[in-house]
Write a protein that binds this ligand. Structure first.
Ligand SMILES: *Cc1c(COP(=O)(O)O)cnc(C)c1O
Length: 376
């Protein structure tokens, strides 16, 4: 199902980069000529601009999104806010990168089935399954859809849970009601948030990059220390740290990309609404958008029982597709039989299909909708 020669490829990152090519070139050259490649002025400026974009106090730029999650959880362990063995609740249908840091740090993942309508964590199910060992929730805003509502707000407040957001797919999204900080921006709903700037994400670097965003200065400074060998000042190591830094070239490129965030969100929104308005086929279930929220459509995910035939039909008609994700974390060989079975998640994994969205024009979305409507 390669879409290299498709009329509507699933995603071609050259097109994404081309929209800002001159600015990106200038940013890269500026860093190359500056002689300053790590922990410099671009990273510092990007951290401030990223935090401002969701109204949070601060950010720490790190090497990738997975590290942003594991640095945050490690910082909370170091500070005694959570302890080995504590449960961290997370949606079972997330990407495996949400779960790897939980198990690596000897925390216990409490996998919660998603609500099939939102494809995000089912907060009612979480309130039934949470125990006294459940200390934190990782809210994954899957596909760009905010995993947040009043139920979530109440549950977290009532139980005094820590909230880490996995905002890898939802930069720029707005929740239907405020989070714990009074802000309704994803990335600023809880105690800390992880961002990914993997090239295919809505704000993508030219390589790996990530960030931790928080209003808690202490979390940020512990994350910053752990990401720099555990040192709080030169040659003084207070933690057995890691090396997880964003380089200056990526920070300079991301400053350019961040300026296009609103434009990108509205282009994706217009394509998504075209699909939602125009796709009308009983075999194809459309994704839901929560009233009062802004979904940023990292992926436009439909569900089709006969997925393979649907994908072949679209490929034959020049439409590239992808699947996010065909095998859920609990069925991966590395977790063989240790994370239970989750029927809703497994059914979603068998039926989800992602349509092209990143570089699609509204007219293309109309043609793709016509092609889908003719699928029998
Ligand atoms: C991409 C992604 C990550 C990991 O980010 P990387 O930068 O690739 O390490 C984590 N969680 C989710 C939901 C993601 O989509």
């Amino acid at each position: 199902m390669k879409s290299r020669h498709s009329a509507y490829p699933f995603l071609d990152l050259r097109e994404t980069t081309a929209r800002q090519l001159d600015e990106i070139r200038r940013a890269v050259v500026r860093v190359v000529e500056s002689g300053w490649y790590l922990n410099g002025p671009e990273t510092k400026a990007f951290e401030a601009e990223l935090a401002a974009s969701c109204g949070a106090k601060g950010a720490v730029a790190v090497a990738n999104g997975l590290d942003a999650l594991r640095l945050t959880l490690r910082a909370w362990l170091e500070r005694g806010m959570i302890h080995e063995g504590d449960e961290v609740a997370v949606a079972a249908n997330t990407y495996i990168a949400s779960i790897l840091p939980i198990t690596e740090l000897k925390l216990t993942p409490l996998l919660i089935e998603p609500d099939p309508a939102t494809m995000n964590i089912d907060w009612k199910e979480l309130s039934r399954r949470a125990t006294s060992r459940t200390k934190a929730v990782m809210a994954v805003h899957l596909y760009g859809n905010p995993a947040w509502d009043e139920e979530a707000q109440n549950l977290i407040a009532d139980r005094g849970l820590l909230l880490i957001e996995d905002n890898a797919q939802a930069i720029g999204a707005i929740a239907p009601c405020p989070g714990l900080n009074g802000s309704d921006r994803t990335g600023n709903l809880g105690h800390a948030a992880a961002f990914s700037f993997y090239p295919t994400k809505n704000v993508g670097a030219l390589g790996d990059a990530g960030a931790v965003v928080s209003n808690d200065e202490e979390t940020l400074s512990v994350v910053r220390a752990i990401a720099n060998y555990g040192s709080d000042r030169r040659y003084h190591n207070i933690f057995r740290g890691w090396n997880s830094r964003m380089d200056e070239i990526q920070a300079a490129v991301l400053r350019v990309k961040l300026r296009a965030l609103e434009e990108d969100a509205s282009r994706r929104g217009s394509v998504a609404h075209t699909y939602l308005d125009c796709i009308d086929n009983a075999l194809v279930t459309l994704p839901a958008e929560t009233p009062g929220s802004r979904h940023v459509w990292h992926q436009f995910v439909v569900r089709v029982d006969d997925r393979d035939r649907f994908r072949r039909y679209l490929a034959d008609n020049g439409v590239g597709t992808d699947v996010h994700y065909a095998v859920p974390p609990h069925l991966q060989p590395c977790y063989a039989c240790t994370l239970g079975s989750h029927g809703i998640t497994e059914h979603l994994a068998d039926t989800v299909v992602s349509l092209p969205i990143a570089n699609i024009a509204r007219e293309d979305a109309l043609k793709i909708s016509d092609i889908i409507n003719a699928f029998k």
